[in-house]
Design a protein around this ligand. Sequence first.
Ligand SMILES: [Mn+2]
Length: 538
Amino acid sequence: MVAISPFLSEILKRRGIIQPEEQIRFLHADLSYLTPPFLIPQMEKACLRLLKAVERREKVFIYGDGDVDGLCSVALLWRLTEALELPCDFYLTHRLEEFEIAESLMENLASEGYTLLLVADCGTSSWQALEKAASLGMDVIILDHHLCGRADLPRQHIYLNPSMCDWPEGSRNLSSAGISFMFLQGMEALTPGLREKATCDLVELAGLGILGDGVVLKGDNRILVKEGLRRLTTTRVPGLRYFLENSGIAGEIKCRDVTFKINPRLNAPGRFGRPEVALKILLENREQDLPGLWRDIEEYDRKRSTIVVRAMKMLNQEPETNQLVVMRDFPPGLCGIIASRLVEKTGRPVLVCSRTGERIRGSGRSAGGFDLYWRLWKYREKFISFGGHSRAIGFTFAAECLEEIEEIWKEAISDFQPSTSLLVPEATVRLKELTAETVAELSLLEPCGPGNPRPLFLEPEVTIQEIFFKGKNRLQFWVGTESSYFQCFLEKKEDSDKIIPGKSVGLVYTPRISEATTLRKLWLDVKMVVPEKNKYSS
Ligand SMILES: [Mn+2]
């Protein structure tokens, strides 16, 4: 195993990864370091139940959410049932129309002879449907990470949900696609020959789902994303291969390729109530059908992009008010995107809604450590539907309740303190201490994301040499130390007038190695310009 430099070791220690063996494990973990599936509560029971279905040739139904995490979960479960040769069908929830699983669906499924349901990325809060299923003699395995809020869920079902009981440390933040992958691993351990049917090769689907939900990239999540990205380049999922070839992704695949190029496209059809289009491309094995599916996805994605750009333009002209936005007849599936954009802009929790007739549907996104779900949970009776988790919620309420909801929201966010923690550098690192080797080694921290951020350092005093590019949103300049020069990128418009050649400033920055040329050059992504040392500390 490669030794870790003192520089990187210090970074890990500050992040709470202290022992040398812990550090090596963190940096070099592969699938063999995942939590063993049967340490997860109820996992063995869930696997044995599915095995029983195989023995009895039961009809199995898969029900899942239509976002990337849900789609990837369903794709994993579908390929599993296929490999097990189980008769199976699926349904994706159209989040425009329904929030909870309909009780009537349970009746239909029972009358069609289904005896086992696999529910992914939803279902924990659908207690009425779960009770109905139990009363009809159907078993349900729920693979979900959403919060429950009830202690009296029907006991005959199997709940694979880290928010409901004590899961091993590394597995606690798994999204549903991660939980589904663990389920596959469990099934493989109990089913001779299953691994050879290539179900274990689907870690890339787990990785996409985890990135789609923005859960913390620690423990099993980080391992699944890291391995998923690595294996994506050689994926055996034909639709994903087609995706990569057509979305301009080449070379080593990074989190941002998934976050900006793959996942938005997979999410797009679902935002207009057609998530099955995206699922089809993940399940399709016939190469000749892929171009048509891809064209459909691209069309939904363009439509999404046009509507979002137009809405943001409109909202940017409005004065910032109480962070509750109501638009008329806006596609409800796009409210979440608008909310996320507003959170990025304002740093505050936001609710974005669409009013159609007498109903208002919407999505909320949180900021800082604000627990959106629990803050509004006590008012859930005011909503027709309400669900989600600490960082994101979805809801519907009657238009006549708008004023009341506005009051509730105002009250809920009244003590919110916007956090600036994103821009607090984790250490002072002088530019003269940086070498291409140490910066290259930082890439071992990847994949970075929530819970495992890219390193952010402070250079307290450096002289600006020259500005060499000034664009609308971007400024590029040189800074110099006694021994070397660094090329800097600044993306924060407000800071651009602080960049004056000859002036000394402090920089909050993330170093990286240039990927554009074969020459290994050190670049700095400058996140903030601060007054130089003396003025900064006074
Ligand atoms: Mn999810």
